[in-house]
Design a protein. Structure first.
Length: 491
């Protein structure tokens, strides 16, 4: 009995997140693993990340048949599934995979295919809602995820030794079914279903207390010349995450370095957290194309690109404009177009060292478009931020939306006086409510559970770290889960 009391006390301290360890992580014990064969992680990634979404990540016992699905974004097409060795597993976006021993990473590949004339110019995107599953003490659940309204989803509850399943309950506490394998029809709103279990003292076995492994800090940085997919995370020992490096135009990726030592030359790999903090740095080298190559257009020698930033209402964003140049440049002119209601603060444009010696000028904005000119200076070759514009975010701005920022009509002057254009890449500022960790534009108990799952090192389908630090202390931890609860109560 003392062991049970300690178990309950531990779970209560984790903000009422009873069953979070047993929450939907894909573990389906229909075919129990043999002794010594515990469930291990199946990590799914999309390549490139903007090409689509993947579904089916979780922890599964070896031999479990797992249904995997990849969904492409507009402008991309799915091509194949591969394993960590690059072997093709399937060319179907949805297929069933047999879980192997140990942690695994599978990749869904997408190809960029814009402007297909046979497709309509606008693609209606289906609306998906979250079905979140929770388990009270005594069992585990599986079957949660994002589904279209009307989809019939089979959810499963499995009782631990000395417990029996009693029923599925909705968010209002209403009993929906006493069947452990229950077919739920998805509604047009995010829903949480809770599986309840009753302690059965007919067996002397007590449930085991969960072993909480320590967590360590994973810091990820990039040298000039490229970007990385994450910045920093606190991961539990033995959990994995995917690191991905993307070189900018004119640069080549040279390798990932762990605490200064070469770790791998793969641009993308899965890292399993060890027993201490670790810092990974992606390194790049300047590798300009030969100017005598006849197939290299002049515009490809210079590239202006914008970033994707995430923030919350009432903040201000320092939005950089980057320049990759294979030769020195003189006068520069370009046009920026902001999506309403974004209004840049033109009085606080900061020039970088790359723009040292330039005189900055701009026109009076026409609607949301401004033309910026830099004259009288010289930029050296390389890749770095050219200037930074401050963009205030209104308290009343619509949330769970991305606001595109476009750069075009670029004109640059080379050292010999020739004026040419340059390639560009647009960016955006995405705004979410404080505490909306899953980006569904609602702050509710699902966001708290999502945050706790992240803090415990479990993989989540979506986690927006920029709005998860509710306490604003620079770290996402269990205190922020309490902050989300306070937001819910205040609302």
């Amino acid at each position: 009995m003392t062991k049970r009391i300690r178990y309950l006390t531990l779970l209560v301290l984790l903000l009422g997140s009873i069953g979070t360890w047993a929450q939907d992580d894909g573990f389906n014990p229909a075919s129990p693993a043999e002794p010594g064969e515990p469930p291990t992680k199946l990590i799914l990634v999309a390549s490139p990340s903007e090409g689509g979404s993947v579904y089916g990540s979780g922890k599964y016992a070896p031999g479990t048949m797992v249904s995997l699905r990849a969904s492409n974004q507009s402008g991309f097409v799915f091509t194949k599934w591969t394993n960590a060795r690059g072997e093709v597993l399937s060319t179907s976006s949805a297929f069933t995979y047999e879980k192997q021993r140990g942690d695994e990473t599978l990749t869904a590949h997408f190809d960029f295919a814009p402007g297909n004339p046979g497709e309509p110019t606008e693609i209606a995107q289906a609306v998906f809602y979250w079905l979140t599953l929770a388990a009270e003490e005594g069992g585990s659940v599986s079957g949660g995820g994002r589904y279209k309204p009307g989809t019939k989803v089979t959810v499963r509850a499995t009782a631990q030794s000395t417990y029996v399943f009693t029923g599925w309950y909705d968010g209002e506490g209403t009993l929906l079914s006493t069947d452990a394998n229950y077919q739920y029809e998805m509604t047009a709103q995010s829903t949480t279903l809770t599986a309840r279990f009753r302690f059965d003292p007919s067996s002397p076995d007590e449930p085991q207390e969960p072993a909480i492994k320590p967590k360590h800090l994973l810091t990820v940085t990039a040298q000039d010349g490229g970007t990385v997919n994450i910045s920093s995370q606190r991961l539990m020992e033995g959990t994995s995450t995917v690191l991905r490096a993307t070189p900018n135009e004119g640069y080549a990726f040279t390798g990932w370095y762990a605490d200064g030592e070469l770790y791998t030359q793969l641009r993308e790999f899965s890292y399993t957290m060890g027993t201490a903090d670790v810092n990974f740095e992606a390194r790049f080298e300047f590798s300009p194309q030969s100017p005598v190559e006849p197939n290299t257009p002049q515009s490809k020698k210079y590239a202006f690109y914008l970033m994707n930033k995430v923030t919350k209402p009432g903040q201000q964003v320092d939005f950089p404009i980057y320049l990759t140049s294979l030769d020195e440049l003189h006068d520069i002119t370009f046009q920026l177009t902001f999506t309403k209601p974004l209004v840049p603060d033109l009085q606080n444009i900061a020039l970088s060292e790359k723009a040292s010696g330039y005189t900055l000028s701009y026109n009076e904005p026409t609607d949301t478009t401004i033309i910026i000119s830099l004259t009288g200076g010289t930029t050296s070759s390389g890749n770095t931020a050219l200037l930074t514009i401050t963009v205030p975010i209104a308290e009343t701005i619509a949330t769970a939306q991305g606001y595109p920022i476009k750069i075009n009509q670029v004109s640059v002057t080379e050292h010999d006086g020739t004026t040419i254009t340059a390639s560009t890449r647009n960016g955006r500022i995405s705004v979410y409510k404080l505490g909306d960790t899953n980006g569904d534009n609602e702050v509710n108990i699902t966001d708290k559970m999502n945050l706790v799952q992240h803090v415990l090192g479990e993989q989540t389908d979506t986690f927006i770290e920029e709005v998860a630090d509710v306490s604003d202390d620079g770290e996402v931890n269990i205190t922020d889960a309490m902050g989300i609860v306070e937001i819910i109560l205040n609302e």
